[in-house]
Design a protein around this ligand. Structure first.
Ligand code: PGA
Length: 248
C-alpha cells in the first residue's frame, strides 16, 4: 500500500514538518507493507528531502508546466527533482479550482516525467448526477493526459481517484468500499484504451477524499486500490499514525 501524505497548507512550521517526517520514518519501520510518500509545501520538501536516506519518499504538491524560463513563481520539475522529490501530485482538484485545465495538467504530467518525478494524477468528479455524467468527466480527465504520453510514459503514472465532494470531510462522508471498487474498475477500463495487455490491471490507483483511520482498512480490503492520497488526516500526527497502523 502506498500512502501519500498531502499536507496541503496545513503545516507551516519547520518543527511540525520535522516531527511529521520523524513519525513517517518510525511508521514505515513498524508497518512494512506501507510505503509513505510525504507531500509537504515546497520549502519543506527543500528542508526535509535533501540527504534523505530513509525509505520515506517525497512528493511535490504540484509541478510547473514550464521549464527554464521567465516564469515568476513557478517551480519546475528539475528544481523539485534536484532537492530530492521523486513524486509530484498533479491536477489536484484544489489546483483545478484555481483554473488549471486538463491541457495544463497533461503538460505538468509530461514535465514531471521528463524530470524523473512519478506523477500522481488526480482525477475526480465534483458531484454525482443521476445520468452518470460524472463517469464521462473521469474519462476525459484521463484521456487528456494519457493521449499525449508515450506508451512507456503511461506506465509510470499513478492515478488518484478523488471525488471532490468527499474531500476534507470525515470517514463517514467518503464513498463505501463497494462504490470505490466500482470506480476503480471503471478507471481500469478507461486506462485499458491506453495501456495495452495486462498493464491497465497493474496500473496503480489510489483513493483520496476523507481517508481516515476509520475507513482505510475496509477500503484497502474491499476496493482494489493500491493506496491512499490523504489530506487532513496526514497533517496531524495522531491521526496519521492511527491511519497507517490501521493498514498494518
Ligand atoms: P482529505 O484530502 O483527506 O482532507 O479529504 C484529500 C486530498 O484532497 O488529497
Amino acid at each position: 500500500m502506498i500512502v501519500v501524505a498531502n499536507w496541503k497548507s496545513y503545516v507551516e512550521t519547520r518543527e511540525e514538518a520535522k516531527k511529521l517526517f520523524a513519525l513517517a520514518k518510525r511508521l514505515m519501520a513498524a508497518v512494512r507493507r506501507v510505503k509513505i510518500v510525504l507531500a509537504p509545501a515546497y520549502p519543506h520538501v527543500g528542508l526535509l528531502a535533501p540527504g534523505n536516506r530513509s525509505r520515506v519518499a517525497f512528493a511535490a504538491q504540484d509541478v510547473s508546466d514550464t521549464t527554464v524560463s521567465a516564469a515568476t513563481g513557478e517551480v519546475s520539475g528539475a528544481t523539485l527533482r534536484n532537492i530530492g522529490a521523486t513524486y509530484a501530485i498533479v491536477g489536484h482538484s484544489e489546483r483545478r479550482a484555481k483554473g488549471e485545465t486538463d491541457a495544463m495538467v497533461a503538460e505538468k504530467v509530461r514535465r514531471a516525467l521528463v524530470n524523473g518525478l512519478t506523477p500522481i494524477l488526480c482525477i475526480g468528479e465534483r458531484e454525482r448526477d443521476e445520468d452518470a455524467q460524472y463517469l464521462s468527466i473521469l474519462k476525459s480527465q484521463i484521456a487528456a493526459v494519457f493521449s499525449v504520453l508515450s506508451p512507456k510514459e503511461r506506465l509510470q503514472v499513478i492515478v488518484a481517484y478523488e471525488p471532490v465532494w468527499a474531500i476534507g470531510k470525515h470517514a463517514s462522508d467518503a464513498p463505501s468500499p463497494e462504490d470505490i471498487a466500482e470506480m476503480v474498475l471503471y478507471i481500469r477500463k478507461v486506462l485499458s484504451d491506453y495501456l495495452p495487455g495486462k498493464n491497465a490491471k497493474s496500473a496503480k490507483i489510489l483513493y483520496g477524499g476523507s481517508a481516515e483511520s476509520a475507513n482505510v482498512r475496509a477500503i484497502a480490503g474491499g476496493s482494489g486500490v493500491d493506496g491512499f492520497l490523504v489530506g487532513h488526516a496526514s497533517a496531524e500526527p495522531a491521526m496519521f499514525a492511527a491511519l497507517v497502523k490501521a493498514l498494518a
